[in-house]
Design a protein around this ligand. Structure first.
Ligand code: C2E
Ligand code: MG
Ligand code: MG
Length: 719
């Protein structure tokens, strides 16, 4: 019985071991074919068993691993994860999951996910540790990519993803901020939700054709926000395709360009419009004129260009200030607009120059001229109405030049130049008037251009001489001379200053020319100072406004006088009223500096400008020169007589000398003498003389005053 029992027990034991072997074989088979690595470790963490997957996953064989510590194959940064996990396994049952980097045979690391578990004996004590290891590098990479993609999706740009039939699947935060649609408002709806209605079907057709052909479209598009506001956006649509090349999704990325558009528009406005009046500027006018010429050629209609210049804008600006000047220009712009049709153009070229372009006039030149004149008259009248500028009321007028452009071959620059020339003619023929361009003006302008060229050469080669016109005192004795400039033109002979000085002033040549005059006069003073009969003579030199306005005018004059060694007390500068009032403080300062050095000043052409007693008193003048226009009929016209008398009286009361210029007759001289004028210049005594003739005149005067003959009052020295 015992035996039988023992045998039974043996059989059971054998059967049990067989079963165990069988099951172990089964598990080993499973472990051998499992793609994850399976391993068992002792409690110190050494490999007792590793499945063949260790070769495929990590390139390591049993020989490489058995007996080695598992943490020797773990990334140093991840080693710290193990003790806690092991401690837990020893403490309680259950599977733990660990993610760490495990080294390959070749030294590189892969991310692995491990399930770790304890093997317990009958008493429940852990005898071994079983673990599996799976390479999860790819999965981690995919997760990371997704995270990056999700972050990228939440950018500043609005993003929308749609299905291939444009149903919205996903939008980002920026999409909601820009469009005002929350994700729940948008998802499930068609992307056409955003359509503004500003683009026609052709626009969208072209867009989708482009996407179909190239996989994407990029451009500006107007869309509508949830609140109805239409806004511009910069949009890129990209098609997403599956491996078969079929579109599965569309991705739209856009930025709101409202601000950029506004800036662009402001910049464009600046480029084409005058900021003060908001009228088109020269550039836009040229554009429109070019277009008008093309349109006229097609329609066979006529057009006209009116060049408008305000007559006294400079005075308003100088007296009331630039801010008031600006207001005047703005009002002028408004008045001009009110005189023309909407389709006509009113432009401002700059300063006080405006241009009106009339289109769609009669094809018949005469009729077109009548139409243009009608508008011109209307503008003259409108601009002649008094202006109310803040609390000031001021009068203004304008001069208008008109040119017609009826067709063929007119060129834009020429048209503007013609209108400008005609305006110039209107201005010189008495202001507040209009004048049509005619080809003679062109000839005059061409002649002027030729003259300007010649004048340039003349300055470079010094084709000038000074003539000297005697100035005499009450007894007829020579006291000095006015230096008067002449141009010795190689072909045209002597040219008088009235014929070239305005041109010299406009072309900037007056500056070198004025210096030449001053130098020559100073040299003359030096020569005369050395001779007995001429040592007392003074010289008056005319100064142009443009010279006087130069910042370094005073230095230039003093430098010249010093360098040549002329006696400054013998030098008088002749100035005119208009040039002095422009910046009265600067004028006084400049004159003061020169007066300190001994120079004197004479106010030329006195009585013709806008004299004001206030500034007359404050200027360091020494002489008033009565203008010739009052002298001519001083004894026959009571007005002229009264003016001359007043000027003499004024000069005396201000302590200034007074000289009458343009005295031609004994009657005039007597009248002036009777009223207290003691200095004269005029044909009665002598015309302006070339140097040698003047010196002969001076020699004769010297003989006369020294008593060889009587004084020369009344004797006529005209030559
Ligand atoms: P202005 O300074 O008033 O010079 C007097 C002008 O009157 C001179 O004309 C002179 O010849 C003329 N004149 C003098 N006495 C009589 C007379 O009894 N009867 C008549 N009918 N005329 C008389 P001119 O030389 O033709 O000079 C004209 C103007 O040219 C000058 O007027 C002056 O403004 C300017 N000018 C002359 N030389 C210069 C110069 O060197 N620099 C500048 N900036 N201007 C000059
Ligand atoms: Mg003069
Ligand atoms: Mg004069």
């Amino acid at each position: 019985m015992e035996m039988a029992l023992a045998t039974d027990t043996f059989i059971d034991q054998t059967r049990f071991e067989d079963k165990l072997k069988e099951s172990e074989a089964r598990y080993r088979l499973l472990a051998d074919h499992c793609s994850d690595m399976i391993a068992s470790l002792d409690l110190e963490g050494r490999y007792l068993y590793v499945s063949p997957a260790s070769v495929t996953l990590f390139g390591q064989t049993e020989d490489d691993l058995i007996g080695r510590l598992a943490i020797d194959f773990t990334h140093p940064d991840d080693v710290a994860l193990f003790p806690a996990v092991i401690a837990q396994i020893l403490k309680e049952q259950g599977v733990r999951t660990l993610t760490f980097r495990r080294r390959h045979k070749d030294g590189r690391y892969s991310w692995v996910e491990s399930k770790v578990q304890g093997v317990r004996d009958a008493t429940g004590a852990v005898t071994q540790i079983i673990l599996t290891a799976r390479d999860i590098s790819e999965r981690r990479q995919a997760e990371e990519d997704l995270r990056v993609a999700a972050t990228a999706f939440e950018t500043q740009e609005g993003m929308v993803i749609t299905t291939s039939d444009q149903t919205i699947l996903r939008v980002n935060q920026a999409f909601s901020e820009i469009t005002g649609y929350a994700p729940s408002d948008a998802i499930g709806h068609k992307a056409t939700l955003l359509k503004s209605g500003r683009h026609d079907q052709a626009f969208y057709d072209a867009m989708w054709t482009k996407i179909a052909e190239t996989g994407m479209w990029r451009g500006e598009i107007w869309n509508r926000r949830k609140n109805g506001e239409i806004y511009p956006e910069w949009l890129t649509i990209t098609a997403v395709k599956n491996p078969a090349g079929e579109v599965t999704h569309y991705v739209g990325a856009f930025t709101d360009i409202t601000k950029r558009k506004a800036t662009e528009e402001a910049i464009e406005h600046l480029a084409f419009y005058d900021p003060l009046t908001r009228l088109p500027n020269r550039r836009l006018l040229m554009d429109r004129l070019t277009q008008a010429l093309v349109a006229n050629a097609r329609s066979k209609r006529g057009g006209a260009l009116l060049f408008i210049d305000l007559d006294n804008f400079k005075t308003v600006n100088d007296t009331l200030g630039h801010d008031k000047g600006d207001l005047l220009l703005q009002q002028t712009a408004k008045r001009l607009i009110s005189c023309v049709r909407k389709s006509d153009t009113v432009a401002r070229l700059g300063g006080d120059e405006f241009v009106v372009m009339l289109e769609d006039l009669s094809a018949n030149r005469n009729e077109a001229a009548v139409q243009a004149r009608t508008i011109g008259d209307k503008i003259l009248a409108a601009l002649n109405e008094p202006y109310k500028i803040t609390s000031y009321e001021c009068d203004s007028s304008s001069s208008i030049g008109i040119t017609l452009f009826c067709n063929h071959g007119d060129d834009v620059d020429a048209i503007i130049k013609h209108a400008d020339l005609a305006m110039y003619r209107a201005k010189t023929s008495g202001r507040n008037s209009l004048c049509f361009f005619d080809p003679e003006m062109q000839q005059a302008a061409t002649a002027r251009a030729v003259l300007a060229n010649e004048l340039q050469t003349a300055v470079e080669t010094e084709q000038f001489v000074l003539h000297y016109q005697p100035q005499v005192d009450g007894k007829g004795r020579l006291t000095g001379a006015e230096a008067l400039l002449r141009w010795q033109h190689p072909d045209r002979g002597l040219i008088s200053p009235a014929d070239f000085i305005p041109l010299a002033e406009e072309t900037g040549l007056m500056l070198p020319l004025g210096l030449w005059v001053l130098r020559t006069a100073c040299r003359q003073l030096v020569q005369w100072a050395a001779r007995e009969g001429t040592a007392h003579l003074t010289v008056s030199v005319n100064v142009s406004a443009c010279q006087f306005r130069q910042a370094d005018f005073v230095e230039r004059v003093l430098e010249t006088v010093d360098a040549i060694g002329a006696d400054p007390t013998k030098l008088t500068l002749e100035l005119t009223e208009s040039m002095l009032i422009e910046d009265i403080d600067d004028t006084i300062a400049k004159m003061g500096q020169m007066k300190e050095r001994g120079l004197s000043f004479s106010l030329d052409d006195f009585g013709t400008g806008y004299s004001s007693l206030a500034y007359l008193k404050s200027l360091p003048l020494s002489e008033l020169k009565i203008d010739r226009s009052f002298i001519t009929d001083v004894h026959s016209d009571p007005n002229s007589g009264a003016i001359a008398k007043t000027i003499v009286f004024l000069a005396q009361s201000l302590g200034l000398t007074v000289i009458a210029e343009g005295v031609e007759t004994e009657l005039q001289r007597t009248f002036l003498d009777n009223h207290g004028c003691r200095d004269y210049q005029g044909f009665l005594f002598s015309r302006p003389l070339p140097l040698d003739a003047f010196e002969a005149f001076a020699a004769q005067d010297f003989v006369d005053t020294c008593g060889v003959s009587g004084p020369m009052i009344g004797s006529d020295h005209r030559n």
